[in-house]
Design a protein around this ligand. Structure first.
Ligand code: OGA
Ligand code: NI
Length: 320
């Protein structure tokens, strides 16, 4: 079984209705799909691959050999244990946001990643508009929900959070003893992943079976996080996924996430709250499957519980 692939350019032509319906099925039944012909220039994508790999080589590769994951794995090997390294991932990360420090040893890294982030943010907003339409919401609904535009918004706190995580999963001598990245659902909104052309390792849990997200050159993998699940009142579920460590190849994977502002209040869209008509007393009951909460509170819980089931997280913020 393979993750569905969508030709995003078809949204602008005769096949718009069919493409919208395909994306709706992806969101409802898969939670993960791949976009091709998404409009991000191939030359830019090629540059992104180059500067990311060069940065890893220059600034990280050597340090990874002294990482906690490496230390734990060495210990298990020394003790001839059959166990598995817990609580650590076989992953190197640098995070890029609008206002943190970026790697600086590769001359074109900054300008390339700045341009890439701007293109990806734009693509995220286009994908969110498709979701608006498929969910029967007003155009721009999700974007507005993620941007905290209320009167009490503090200066600078009103914007949705757009982050980019540049990851490498170096070759691992004992891939069965450690995870590349432990299984989780993503906390935020819409995630856009630019994964390695060759080295695989990303898997999603579909109907109880782990299946590979097959590498497709220059495709962008889309998935929805816990906040889209809440906003859609459970119509679009966030999906468990994980990365396997691999013996060969250094897998590069660049995840960009369009998340709510920490101050934004997230709740099911009123239009998607199911009405339940009780015939006996003719009363209408509204069924909302999720609480309303402030995204920053959710993230405080998520930080502690990322690799656990999401339901207790919703319970925890319900109580706040
Ligand atoms: C993540 C994630 C997958 C990957 O960062 O949340 O799932 O391929 N990454 O790096
Ligand atoms: Ni993830």
């Amino acid at each position: 079984m393979a993750i569905p692939v969508i030709d995003f350019s078809k949204l602008n032509g005769d096949e718009r209705a069919k493409t919208l319906a395909q994306i709706a099925t992806c969101c409802e039944e898969w939670g993960f799909f791949q976009l091709v012909n998404h409009g991000i220039p191939v030359e830019l994508l090629e540059k992104v691959k180059r500067v990311s790999s060069e940065s890893f080589k220059k600034e990280r590769e050597e340090k990874f050999n002294k990482s906690t994951a490496e230390k734990f794995l060495n210990e298990l090997e020394k003790n001839k244990s059959n166990g598995k390294v817990e609580n650590v991932d076989w992953e190197d990360v640098f995070l890029l946001t609008d206002d943190n420090e970026w790697p600086s040893h590769v001359p074109q890294f900054r300008e390339t990643m700045k341009e890439y982030r701007s293109e990806l943010k734009n693509l995220a907003e286009r994908v969110m508009e498709v979701m608006d339409e498929n969910l029967g919401l007003q155009k721009g609904y999700i974007k507005k929900a993620f941007n905290n535009i209320g009167e009490e918004a503090e200066e600078g706190s009103e914007n949705a959070f757009f982050g980019t995580k540049v990851s490498h999963y170096p070759p691992c001598p004992n891939p069965e003893m450690v995870n590349g990245l432990r299984a989780h659902t993503d906390a935020g909104g819409v995630i856009l992943l630019f994964q390695d052309d060759q080295v695989d390792g990303l898997q999603i849990l579909k109907d109880g079976v782990w299946i590979d997200v097959q590498p497709i050159q220059n495709a962008i993998v889309i998935n929805t996080g816990d906040q889209i699940e809440v906003l859609s009142n459970g119509k679009y579920k966030s999906i468990w996924h994980r990365v396997l460590a691999k013996e060969n190849g250094n897998r590069r994977s660049i995840a960009s996430f369009y998340n709510p502002s920490y101050k934004a209040t997230i709740a099911p869209a009123p239009q998607l709250i199911v009405e339940n008509h009780n015939k006996e007393d003719n009363k209408v009951e509204l069924i909302s499957n999720y609480p309303a909460f402030v995204f920053g509170d959710y993230m405080n819980v998520y930080t502690e519980q990322k690799f656990l089931p999401k339901e207790p997280r919703f319970q925890a913020v319900r109580a706040m």
